[in-house]
Design a protein around this ligand. Structure first.
Ligand code: 2AM
Ligand code: CA
Length: 267
């Protein structure tokens, strides 16, 4: 295993322990609202601290961008870690056992190492650039489905940007009528990991942040899939609008959502 992936795995497991323990003792979880429909808990912060400590101990010169603490600038501009200590916070707060730790490393601006860890199921999704993607050490691949007929797509609702509800529901309707079914499970990092593992055929969601998707994106790509914005371009990290899947399904999704993309949503 690449030494930097090894550190990421260790950090993810430590954070996962903090989260799983707290999940069993909900009375110790303090919830605060950081915006409309946007929750953070003391556990998000504790888990982020555990990850930052592990990375800084091994690589003190690297930069870290985290959901809760923002940018911690290092002296080496080539290495940047992107972490979401608890992706699926709403699930965690409601007692729904579906959330993950997400840790990615970019080297010179390119995704290089990735971990998504589900601490409840003990599922560890990993990828190293050019080396494929794994689930608990076993190689995973995206489903190369030919069409939307029979496909199950993962998605997320634009719950922090309710002004996009109509546009989103139009896209949902266009896709739902063709697919077998949809899943809205509540963790973008796990949605992408599930695309990589072939558990779902594709995924689309708008309004995401870099830490929700950085690790999942590399895992999908290394599993043989694609991640794009809503017009098939590479602006997804910036816009937050993501489509993922095998080549054919991704192309079908893009074709079906196209009529509903206003200017605000295109890229
Ligand atoms: P979070 O749990 O870390 O907030 C749910 O749809 C998924 O989307 C979660 O991974 C959630 O991350 C993420 N998410 C973050 N911001 C979002 C937004 N503005 N709209 C929709 N989903 C968002
Ligand atoms: Ca998140």
């Amino acid at each position: 295993m690449h030494p930097m992936l090894n550190i990421a795995v260790r950090a993810a497991r430590s954070a996962g322990n903090v989260i799983a323990r707290a999940f069993e003792q909900q009375d110790k979880v303090e919830v605060e609202s950081k915006g409309s429909n946007d929750f953070v808990t003391n556990i998000d912060k504790q888990a982020e601290q555990v990850i930052v400590d592990a990375i800084q101990k091994a690589y003190p010169s690297h930069s870290i961008v985290g959901e809760e603490f923002g940018l911690i600038e290092g002296t080496d501009p080539d290495y940047q870690w992107i972490i979401d200590p608890l992706d699926g916070t709403t699930n965690f707060v409601k007692g729904i056992p579906h959330f993950a730790v997400s840790i990615a490393l970019k080297v010179k601006g390119k995704l290089d190492q990735a971990v998504v860890f589900d601490p409840i199921r003990g599922e560890l999704f990993t990828a190293s650039r050019g080396k494929g993607a794994q689930l608990n050490g076993f190689r995973i691949r995206v489903k190369n489905s030919k069409e939307l007929t029979g496909a199950v797509l993962a998605t997320g609702f634009p719950f922090k940007k309710k002004q996009h509800t109509d546009a989103y529901l139009n896209m949902f309707k266009a896709l739902f009528t063709k697919t077998a079914d949809m899943r809205r499970a509540g963790s973008a990092a796990l949605d992408l990991a599930y695309v990589a593992a072939g558990r779902v055929d594709g995924y689309f969601e708008m309004g995401l942040k870099p830490w929700d998707t950085a690790a999942g994106e590399l895992i999908v790509i290394e599993a043989g899939g694609l991640v794009t914005d809503f017009v098939g371009g590479h602006n997804h990290a910036k816009s937050g609008n993501h489509v993922a899947g095998g080549t054919k399904v991704l192309r079908e999704i893009l074709k079906d959502i196209r009529p509903y993309l206003g200017d605000a949503l295109a890229k």
